[in-house]
Design a protein around this ligand. Sequence first.
Ligand code: SF4
Length: 437
Amino acid sequence: MIIFTHHTGEPHGILGAQMAATFLQQKLSIPSIVVGIERTFSKDRLLRFIGEYYAREKKVVAFSHLCGRKDLIQLVHELKQEGFVTILGGPQARQDYEGEPEADSRSYRFRGLKSFIDIGFQGPVDGFRSEHLSMRNRLIEHPWTKKIFLEVDWSNLYTFLDTLKKLEVRLGQVLNAIGCPYASKQRTVILPPPVNLREKGVRDLKVRSQGCIFCDVSRDKSFHGPVESDRVIGQIEGLPEFDGRKIPFELIDEYPIGSLGKLLEEVGSQKIRLSQINLVCRVDDINAHASDLPEILSQAQKQDVRIMFASIGFESFSDRLLQYFCKGITLADIVECVETLRRLKDRFGSHFLYRRDEGANHGFIRPTPWDDGETMQEMDRNIFLHRFFEDILPEHSTPLIIHHASYLGDWIREIESTTDITFGRDGTWIEWWNPFF
Ligand code: SF4
């Protein structure tokens, strides 16, 4: 079976899809590979490759991590018409299979993929069984637990641009926590209308969120706890090596610092040689552990391991927008965090990486529906005052994306239900910048 997924073409692994292919192969004896489709792929050539590959395989194809790409959705559709059994797994599988609420009576809403997906599969792959393959028009749900299957065959990944290429993974991923603890935090926020609708009589609305309001995984997975340390070490042992060391990997955990010191100790005592650990984490984790970081980094330095804060979720430099995002941090927290990072850099040099020019890409969301002269000025002032342009600001900001299943999706639908305004849909995304009156 091929599991198709979005891929940038960079040499990074795709943990969920690769783990799923490993499970299908090892536990269900279904030969499986992952093919990451790059954005500018040649469709004719891909269809030709699929035809050749499936000349000797059962016509069952799976998709995961569509990343909002309409070209991938169109591909599922076409393969279904060609007689393939189609499976959708990965993040947001349930919501993307089912579509938006009231899509039958409100035709502009996303209707879901159920008309051309045979099997929607929500949850970790360990719940998948061979007998599921004979089901049609079914959404199968399997709960997340801490005991999920965690083995990965890192050699099962290919990319497709205009031909199939085996990808030597140079950046892996290791799961340290299942879901995000912050995603279990209930919050409510009063959101004003998008600025271009201020004159249209749209009222402020109270919106409930769990975790960050734009997050498209918080609702999907929530939080199920840390992975036991021996299972984390097991994953690290399974990573490929390059130049006698494990390849750099991203430690998947929004709050990784509390367990990082122990992880380094354990790795050291087992004589596993690491090269680099990338952290994708929250500002409040760095601030809460600012006094522990020097000791952790000294340990990393002794083991000649680089620690990189590869992506920190700053998201905005305006207190008002941080509040609308339900980010749970303020600008003062961000300033404190960046000061800590700069101090650590002075002390630990090349063993500690966090800067844009060292490869980090921190979260900065702009434009948003609430950008006005005031927020823009506030943001530019803070960027200048705290010199975020030197090391923190990414080369490009990321526009606010509203996935239909995020809590901001609820906000948009509430505006639609209480006014005559509707918003455009683009695949699984809601175009907040594109209202119709
Ligand atoms: S954006 Fe990150 S920190 Fe926020 S809820 Fe989602 S996973 Fe957690």
